[in-house]
Design a protein around this ligand. Structure first.
Ligand SMILES: Cc1cc2nc3c(=O)[nH]c(=O)nc-3n(C[C@H](O)[C@H](O)[C@H](O)COP(=O)(O)OP(=O)(O)OC[C@H]3O[C@@H](n4cnc5c(N)ncnc54)[C@H](O)[C@@H]3O)c2cc1C
Length: 417
């Protein structure tokens, strides 16, 4: 206890950890965020800024297994695996293939649609309370396809989305051109009006951190290396500097770096860094009104600050391999086939570690072994989107309040069954 309040340590100050910190302060905890890097400076800093509340489908899908070889062979393709890393990710891949069956995809889409349906309400409230509503835009998103064949290949995804209540509207080439005149070669499309964006995910993260501090939250710039124990019971954390911090509760929210901390607690989890790349163009010379998703090549373009950000790719190479920025350059090359006037001068490349589970669902649960230790990581492609609702759900669990929806699908124990 710190004074009369229970103390909680949150490991990791990405968008998920910061948002949890804010929620716990509001529930009467005293909170310390620990991170060796600045707030929201890792994966949460450079993402595409989309609130993808329509993305109910897991990344794994029926028929995907047959598409993987051609993606891997194509140097401009959306997927890469560094072969040295293959043995390490085998259990993750095996689980990924297991959940790519149609029944599993429907089950996950059902769970995720319930979760994502809350995300904009929770996020809007958070940003308004923090004085950051000006960083949010609400214009929907446009997904486009060059060829009819690719459009048809993704049909199941759109059917599942529609079945789960996602609002969408088919657009032909002319309607796409009316919506986004700068685009060429975009012949089929879906408009999803409920998609939202932030104009800058890093500014949003830093703004939330500043509000966390104003609410009385504390922070320590250090890395948690292990847990201090009272007998076999973790009662705090020990940091790289040698400092320690005793805590009534501990939340692991260290994004893609969470796995080793879970293992220390004897917990099995399937979590991989799904490395994504982007290029931010300060003076693109083209105007897009809203986020555009390119369904065929699997990349997105969003408005960030005064420029645009072109992002995508999924590369499995672990946490430590150096980035291959050729991937960012390839995304720009493909984008030019849709936006011939695109100016890429001054482009800045970036790579981030999506914390990905094989079933594309986050882990939001108490530990199986220690009821005062909690997990909140594994948000994959949707960490910005899901942060506020994750914080709400975790906070409700921590004060033993009835959760807003069934938390069991998000439990860490699904990987040990
Ligand atoms: C190219 C790309 C585009 C994306 N686009 C979107 C999008 O449009 N919309 C969306 O919702 N999501 C998107 N994402 C995903 C999103 O960025 C992530 O899901 C999200 O940032 C994860 O947040 P996090 O807080 O869990 O992890 P992070 O932001 O990575 O934060 C984890 C923190 O934990 C810290 N940490 C690690 N180990 C320790 C330790 N031992 N002790 C203390 N601290 C530690 C790290 O320093 C880091 O600051 C995208 C990702 C990529 C790569």
């Amino acid at each position: 206890m710190l004074g009369d309040k229970p103390h909680c340590t949150v490991v990791g100050a990405g968008i998920v950890g910061i948002t949890i910190g804010i929620d716990l302060l509001q529930r009467g905890f005293s909170v310390t965020l620990i991170d060796p890097n600045g707030p929201a400076s890792m994966t949460s800093s450079g993402n595409a800024g989309g609130f993808g509340v329509t993305e109910v489908m897991p990344v794994a899908g029926p028929g995907m297994v047959w598409r993987i070889p051609s993606w891997l062979m194509d140097p401009r393709g959306p997927l890469a695996i560094r072969w040295k890393h293959l043995p390490a990710i085998y259990p993750w891949l095996a689980h990924f293939l297991k959940v790519s069956k149609r029944e599993e995809v429907n089950r996950i889409a059902g769970v995720m649609s319930g979760f994502l349906a809350e995300c904009m309400t929770d996020s809007r409230k958070l940003f308004v309370d923090a004085g950051l509503a000006h960083l949010l835009t609400e214009k929907g998103a446009l997904t486009v396809y060059r060829s009819r064949a690719a459009f048809v290949k993704d049909r199941l995804e759109w059917e599942v989305k529609q079945k789960h209540g996602i609002r969408l509207e088919y657009l032909n080439q002319q309607q796409i051109n009316e919506m986004e005149p700068a685009l060429v070669n975009a012949n089929h499309g879906w408009f999803t009006p409920d998609w939202c964006n932030t104009i800058d995910p890093y500014r949003l993260g830093v703004g939330l951190f500043s509000w966390y501090q104003r609410l009385g939250g504390k922070s320590v710039k250090d890395e948690v290396v292990r847990f201090s124990t009272e007998g076999s019971y973790p009662d705090g954390v020990i940091m790289k500097s040698g400092a320690s911090l005793a805590s009534d509760r501990i939340v692991i929210a260290a994004g893609a770096w969470s796995k080793s901390l879970c293992h220390q607690l004897g917990e099995r989890v399937l979590l991989e860094s799904e490395r994504g790349y982007n290029a931010t163009l300060p003076d693109p010379n083209v105007y897009l009104d809203k986020q555009v998703i390119f369904g065929e090549e699997k990349f997105v373009i969003s408005n960030i600050g005064n420029g645009i950000r072109i992002g995508g790719a999924a590369e499995f190479a672990g946490l430590d391999a150096p980035p291959n920025y050729r991937r960012s350059e390839r995304l720009v090359e493909i984008a030019k086939t849709y936006l011939p006037k695109l100016n890429s001068q001054g482009s800045q490349n970036w790579m981030g570690h999506r914390p990905s589970t094989p079933d594309s669902m986050p882990v939001i649960s108490p530990s199986e072994k220690y009821p005062h230790v909690y997990y909140a990581f594994g948000h994959g492609h949707l960490g910005l989107t899901m942060a506020a609702t994750t914080a709400k759900l975790l906070g409700q669990m921590m004060v033993a309040k009835k959760p807003a929806f069934n938390p069991l699908p998000f439990h860490i124990n699904r990987f040990s069954r």
